[in-house]
Ligand binder design. Structure first.
Ligand SMILES: Cc1cc2nc3c(=O)[nH]c(=O)nc-3n(C[C@H](O)[C@H](O)[C@H](O)COP(=O)(O)OP(=O)(O)OC[C@H]3O[C@@H](n4cnc5c(N)ncnc54)[C@H](O)[C@@H]3O)c2cc1C
Length: 382
């Protein structure tokens, strides 16, 4: 880009996943000109049916950007979170009434959420599908993005590609910790219907979440890779009886299963969060263990912070202090999810008893429960 040439866009967003599309909506609403470059076709992004728990704050933020969190027959409401551990006493639960909010969160399908965000952006900003970004170069006054279908220029590039794979050549580094387990996801039906309770049960290899979604429950089950593959391919009856053994009967009898799949679980962090006019957000900045369902919620806060930095910058460098500001929130959430993933999957002698004590103590302290519920559902202070 030559000096004096004005880029057509303020923001080029790499990745039309939920975080990239949310940023585009919020940026357009703030009077900026975003463009989204997405590698997949419009239909491909909608096929992912993983279930996501959105916190109450994230639901409000989506609404303010003009895109409601999907509701109706394919979504669920979380009014209570029930936490227990398999084979040992100790349980606690958090409720929206205790937290003083209408809901703790909603469960939505990834594809439904992407559709809702893309529909809300229709006519407000361009989304170029099948434009895989291959490299990003910085020049005086902006960035140049080379894609599989041409070159785009903007003042700032925001990488929301889910992995940060693009960034190695732009001076960013990534650290990865492999948890050595997979998340087996599925939709299951019980003889009682889904209700509004989200269950988090800590089992031998890590957490097992059973979330209300439509007429079903969404299951996210942490298992060693070979066992996850075996149960993904098992006959329905065998899968359901193994799930019942691990989870127990608190949601009723599991009677049907569909849409099984697996995801390897890693903790990945990209450093720094910004370099010049390139900034990284969402799963590209950090990929978390899904325990406590915080990845997308954190990504939505990343997007808000990018926007705040751009709005506050004037003619200065918008991202000079961005990394330091975001690091506090990211470190807290990464630390919390990593601790939960590790503490509840280690089975040293005496540890289950300590965990049981912790859960019982929390259950006896309404103030602590209220604080916990609000921390999970409302993150307005971060
Ligand atoms: C099993 C499981 C359960 C989860 N549950 C929860 C939950 O309950 N709550 C929660 O908050 N989070 C949850 N998460 C995390 C959540 O899915 C992610 O945090 C979220 O999808 C991140 O969104 P993103 O837009 O940053 O990235 P992605 O969703 O990965 O989207 C990235 C997009 O970028 C595109 N792309 C990639 N490379 C390029 C390129 N070079 N050029 C252009 N486009 C590109 C991709 O095609 C994709 O569309 C869960 C994750 C898993 C695996």
């Amino acid at each position: 880009m030559t000096a004096g040439e004005t880029p057509a866009f303020d923001l080029a967003i790499v990745g039309g996943g939920p975080v990239g599309l949310f940023l585009a909506l919020a940026a357009e609403q703030a009077g900026l000109r975003p463009v989204v470059l997405e590698a997949r076709s419009a239909a491909d992004g909608l096929r992912d049916d993983r279930s996501l728990a959105l916190s109450w704050s994230s639901c409000l933020r989506l609404g303010r950007a003009g895109a409601a969190a999907p509701a109706g027959s394919e979504a669920g409401e979380i009014r209570t979170i029930h936490v227990s551990q398999a084979g040992h006493p100790g349980r606690t639960q958090f409720s929206c009434d205790e937290a003083g909010i209408p809901l703790l969160g909603r469960v939505v399908g990834y594809g439904d959420l992407v559709r809702s965000l893309a529909d809300a952006g229709e006519g407000r900003f361009p989304v170029h599908y099948e434009h895989k970004v291959l490299s990003i170069a910085q020049h005086d006054g902006g960035v140049e993005l080379h894609t599989s279908a041409g070159t785009h220029r903007a003042r700032t590039a925001v990488v929301a590609d889910g992995s940060g794979a693009l960034l190695a050549d732009a001076g960013f580094t990534t650290t990865t910790k492999d948890y050595g387990v997979h998340a087996l996801v599925a939709r299951v039906r019980t003889d009682r219907g889904p209700g509004t309770v989200a269950y988090e049960r800590f089992c031998q290899h890590g957490p097992l979440a059973v979330l209300p979604r439509g007429q079903d429950h969404a299951v996210v089950w942490t298992l060693p890779a070979d066992r996850a593959v075996e149960l993904t391919e098992a006959a329905d009856g065998r899968f359901l009886s193994q799930l019942q053994d691990a989870f127990g009967w608190r949601a009723g009898r599991f009677v049907a299963v569909r849409d099984r799949g697996t995801y390897p679980l890693v903790l990945r962090r990209t450093m720094p969060l910004a370099r010049g006019r390139i900034v990284v957000i969402g799963n590209a900045a950090q990929t978390l263990h899904p325990v406590a369902g915080q990845g997308l919620n954190l990504g939505i806060r990343d997007a808000r912070s990018v926007l705040a930095a751009l709005q506050a910058a004037g003619s200065g460098d918008p991202f000079a202090r961005y990394g330091a500001r975001r690091e506090r929130d990211r470190t807290a959430v990464v630390g919390f999810t990593d601790l939960l993933a590790e503490v509840f999957s280690v089975n040293m002698p005496g540890l289950p008893g300590l965990r049981a004590l912790g859960l019982e103590a929390l259950d006896l302290l309404p103030g602590a429960r209220r604080h916990f519920a609000r921390a999970l559902a409302i993150d307005a202070t971060r």
